[in-house]
Design a protein around this ligand. Structure first.
Ligand code: GDP
Length: 324
């Protein structure tokens, strides 16, 4: 594959080239990995910047309905929208449930939108690394907004937050007074909490839930990357397409403020550091998976078991000879 040709096509917004490039970065084959790395290197100088929005919520909260309505609102304004997903469940099921085009049929037919389901990989780390590259590819292809969807089950939120400029938590109206067991760590990551389904009979509950969360957010420590009033909680109805324009206004206001104050670039720089660390971990762990390393470990494991070598010495020998 000609990487220069591929990158030229991506830069002018060729969707097929973009789809091919994402397939390339998702591939586990060594030659593909090398090509993908070369492609990402070529594209790193592209200066277009999308707003990367991480979006999390438990199943049923209305993520696909929201992304569809929100995405259509943005494309109607002439903006180009990409939807990607980090699906922690693909590790278990081998299938993907997020970023699925059948969940967003109208948006998937919209020429201003590009939807890509979560790559199926054996672990979240693999999915996340590939999605991060896919985000950069969409950005190079000139998309104005990249929405990265995930399910609220812990670890996946952290990795999505590490590839997003803004992190949005989608919640449903609570039945009782409880704060839906949202973990403090996730609350602390959120820039915007959207309480969805604020329509019909659910509206009073949505309003109550929203003010509960607004109160909870006020109790959190103030972060330097937030202007006055953020993080913020507000109600929306994805179904009735209500509050979506306001949500976008809040997101762009936050991004504008962060751009002016340097926090936007600062956060991306921090994220680059984070992914560099992750990459090192990944490369080192991959070295343990080679046949030679496995044989060496097996050999040392037996010698450790018989007491011939201590575990500490054996481990340091293995580490010393990794990659020989
Ligand atoms: P996901 O699993 O988070 O992607 O949730 P879905 O988008 O599939 O929505 C789950 C259910 O909630 C569906 O029956 C939707 O029609 C419903 N739903 C989504 N958004 C709204 C909303 O704004 N108002 C109401 N009343 N129902 C909604």
């Amino acid at each position: 594959m000609d990487i220069t040709e591929l990158s030229d096509k991506i830069i002018v917004g060729d969707r097929r080239a973009l789809a091919r490039a994402i397939t390339l970065v998702e591939s586990g084959r060594a030659d593909h990995r090398a090509q993908a790395a070369a492609l990402m290197e070529t594209l790193k100088t592209v200066e277009k910047q999308a707003i990367r929005v991480g979006l999390s919520g438990t199943p049923g909260v209305g993520k696909s309905t929201f992304i569809e309505s929100f995405g259509m609102m943005l494309t109607a304004r002439g903006l180009r929208v990409a939807v990607l997903a980090v699906d922690p469940s693909s590790a278990r099921s081998g299938g993907s449930i997020l970023g699925d085009k059948t969940r967003m049929e109208r948006l998937s037919r919209d020429p201003g939108a590009f939807i890509r389901p979560s790559p199926s990989q054996s672990h979240l780390g693999g999915v996340a690394r590939r999605t991060r590259d896919a985000v950069a590819l969409c950005e190079a292809a000139g998309f104005d907004a990249v929405l990265i969807e995930t399910v609220g089950v812990g670890q996946s939120e952290t990795v999505v937050a590490e590839m997003s400029d803004i992190f949005v938590l989608l919640l449903a109206p609570a039945g009782g007074d409880e704060l839906q067991g949202v973990k403090r760590g996730i609350m602390e990551m959120a820039d915007l909490i959207l309480v969805n389904k604020a329509d019909g009979d659910l509206k009073p509950a949505a309003t109550r839930t929203c003010s509960d969360y607004a109160g909870a957010l006020r109790l959190l420590r103030k972060r330097p990357q937030d202007p006055e009033g953020f993080p913020k909680a507000m109600t929306v109805s994805a179904l009735q397409e209500d509050g979506l324009a306001r949500a976008w206004d809040e997101m762009t206001a936050l991004v504008d403020w962060r751009r002016e104050t340097g926090h936007f670039a600062g956060r991306r720089a921090e994220q680059a550091r984070y992914w560099f660390q992750q990459e090192i971990r990944h490369c080192l762990l991959a070295k343990l998976e080679t046949p030679a390393a496995k044989a060496m470990m097996q050999d040392y494991a037996e010698r450790v078991a018989t007491g011939e070598v201590t575990p500490t010495i054996a481990a340091s020998e293995v580490v010393k000879h990794l990659g020989d």
